[in-house]
Write a protein that binds this ligand. Structure first.
Ligand code: ADP
Length: 632
């Protein structure tokens, strides 16, 4: 079903007006406009934008600006995600609702009544609601209510090639049959070509418009450290961000518990989150983090999808995730406000062995999961620009030589003085122990440790025994990883991976190839260099005192309304307010993220805070707050 044609100037104005009026934004982000047009023209689409790229607007706005009065259905995997989006929309004056099991009967009746009377523009549901029990009748109602398009959020969940396959998403394949004449739109942050094509096939999209955004997140500062004294490493990072929000991802629940209580004991407001906690505790902890009552969330991967706290300043992985997709998505939760944030991966080669075992036990060890794991290992042990590696992984090109925002480009990795000799020591130990041992044993020999296994095999009699006795174990592991990554060594698959030399390794052992090895970062990595791209999301010109006063006010409003603070205002909005210090409602509308509805709703409170902060008496004329009096 296609939108009636509008003269293009009027159409432009209509979209722009909605953008400023409801969202308070000045311009579209890359590809948002194209995604909206595809929808309005009734054309299927696959939209791939990184986390924080602004996908929601792409499916929210078309529902609002349609001239035919129809509405849009959004399929989203998580109730919490839906609730936040609906709260945010309603706060901006858009009529939206979610239908899910947590609604009270009278709330449900209200949503149905709104749909019957065509008052609702956006309806959020889970896949189960749509294709589970009772789905047939529900789909028939959707047609009666004038459904115009379906947007599938987190669409990679439909693909078995992806890293987050959800069986209930598979059943969405029937959407096309049920709704042959409306457009279907898939949204995801993570899609290699294979996943992208799988999404389009599974949903039976018809010649979809494929829109793929730039994957680089220049404000994120990536670092990788070999894990050694993990608490100290974490503490150093957390201490760099006093009173700022951060997430620490751990692989196991036990690690989550122990790190959270340790940080708490140090006086940080840290909370645990994992699937083994009672529902109520989990919800409480998540809310405390989103409401800015807690700074640090220590969590397993169970935490995160749809976490829209935009001012997360760091994401630490205390162990490697199982795919680059996971890493990109989890680390991508940092810095959604566009301000500088850091992502630190603390890893050890043993993480990957552990993952293989865990995946094997859960029956998930497949060629796909092994490949994803190997790619992650390559990222971790990599000695190239991290931004480049990530961007290229997602099939895009990176055109800068120096990102100025990763450990490699910031030259935090030190080149080893005589890498050839060091490599020879390691490679020759692998050969002398018969190429049938794992990294732990090879390292024991190099460090001269007479373990039972070492003595039983008489490996303490080898000439390489104890050659690197002074070297810390983590550093040595790092070199083995680098040699593996540079294809001098090969780590076999299976539950007990062993190290073997490749052809390149044989050449290197003879001292006939170039090898570059890097020492892991010095204890205190320097801060990133200043960016020079004039990004508006900076602290330039921001009155910090006023920012804090506004933040306090936001917390109070959020509390009173029972919504997370970012639903009230994003940090970017607070910063812009604390920079421009508006004194009139018209000036308020010039600030980032403030549309007419927000100005009407919260303008008086904000202007009060600014006035109080400046120590001025209240002189505002209440009539001046009428949002219908447009700025000239
Ligand atoms: P995604 O779903 O792609 O991760 P969101 O839709 O949550 O991203 O948007 C990320 C952030 O960017 C949100 O804070 C949102 O308010 C903001 N945003 C989206 N579009 C724009 C825009 N055109 N101008 C300014 N900010 C925007």
């Amino acid at each position: 079903m296609t939108q009636p044609e509008l003269p293009s100037a009027a159409h432009d104005a209509r979209l722009h007006d909605a953008l400023t009026r409801y969202w308070g934004y000045r311009e579209f982000r890359p590809l948002q406009r194209a995604a909206i047009e595809a929808n309005l023209q009734g054309r299927d689409s696959v939209v791939v934008l990184p986390t924080g790229g602004g996908k929601s607007l792409c499916f929210q706005m078309p529902a609002l600006v349609r001239l035919d009065g129809g509405f849009g259905l959004i399929i989203s995997p998580l109730l919490s995600l839906m609730k936040d989006q609906v709260d945010g929309l309603v706060a901006s004056g858009v009529s939206a609702a979610a239908l899910n099991s947590s609604l009270a009967p009278d709330e449900r009746r209200q949503v149905y009544a709104d749909l019957d009377e065509r008052r609702c523009r956006l309806l959020y549901v889970t896949p189960e609601r749509l294709v589970g029990d009772g789905g047939d009748a529900f789909r028939a109602r959707l047609r009666e209510w004038g459904l115009r398009f379906v947007a599938v959020d987190e669409a990679h969940c439909i693909s078995q090639w992806g890293h987050e396959f959800r069986p209930e998403y598979r059943r969405l394949a029937r959407l096309r049959e049920d709704f042959p004449d409306i457009s279907i739109h898939a949204f995801t942050a993570t899609a290699t070509r294979q996943v992208r094509e799988d999404i389009a096939n599974q949903l039976a999209l018809r010649e979809p418009e494929v829109l793929i955004g730039a994957f680089d997140r220049p404000n994120l500062n990536y670092r990788v450290l070999v894990r050694a004294g993990v608490k100290d490493q974490i503490r150093r990072i957390v201490d760099r961000h006093p009173n700022e929000a951060g997430i620490i991802y751990c692989v196991s629940r036990k690690e989550v518990e122990s790190l959270a209580s340790w940080l708490d004991g140090l006086g940080h407001q840290a909370l645990p989150y994992h699937a083994g906690l009672p529902d109520a505790t989990r919800r409480r902890n998540q809310e405390a983090f989103l409401d800015e009552r807690a700074d640090v969330m220590v969590a397993t991967v169970a935490f995160g999808m749809g976490i829209d706290r935009s001012n997360i300043r760091y994401v630490i992985h205390a162990g490697s995730p199982r795919s680059v997709e996971h890493y990109q998505q989890e680390s991508g939760r940092a810095g959604r406000d566009g301000l500088e944030a850091e992502c630190v991966l603390l890893y050890s080669g043993s993480d990957f062995v552990r993952w293989r075992q865990m995946l094997d036990q859960s029956g998930e060890l497949s060629d796909t999961s092994k490949r994803l794991l190997r790619d992650m290992e390559r990222y971790a042990a990599g000695t190239r620009c991290r931004h480049r590696v990530l961007v290229e992984y997602f099939g895009q090109t990176f055109d800068r030589d120096d990102c100025a925002a990763c450990d490699w480009c910031l030259k935090e990795l030190e080149r080893v003085g005589d890498p050839v000799t060091l490599a020879q020591k390691i490679l020759s130990t692998v050969v002398r122990t018969g190429q049938s041992w794992g990294m732990g044993h090879v390292i024991d020999v190099l460090r001269g440790r007479s373990t039972d296994q070492v003595t039983a095999r008489r490996h303490h009699e080898l000439t390489t025994f104890g050659l690197l006795s002074e070297m810390p174990i983590a550093e040595l592991r790092g070199y083995v990883d680098q040699l593996t990554q540079q294809d001098f060594l090969l780590r076999t698959d299976g539950p007990y991976p062993v190290l073997q030399l490749t052809d390149g390794g044989v050449t290197a052992l003879k001292g006939q190839s170039e090898v570059a090895l890097y020492r892991q970062p010095r204890p205190t990595p320097g801060q990133r260099r200043q960016r020079s791209d004039g990004d508006p999301a900076t602290w330039d010109g921001v009155d910090r005192g006023l920012f804090e006063a506004l933040r306090q006010c936001r917390t109070e409003v959020a509390h009173a309304r029972g919504v997370p603070p970012y639903v009230v205002f994003h940090d970017n909005t607070l910063r812009d307010l604390a920079r421009r210090r508006p004194t009139t409602p018209h000036e308020l509308l010039d600030c980032y993220g403030i549309g007419a509805r927000k100005a009407e709703d919260l303008g008086p409170i904000i202007l009060d805070v600014i006035r109080d902060y400046r120590g001025e008496p209240d002189t505002a004329d209440p009539d001046d707050l009428d949002p219908s009096s447009e700025p000239s």
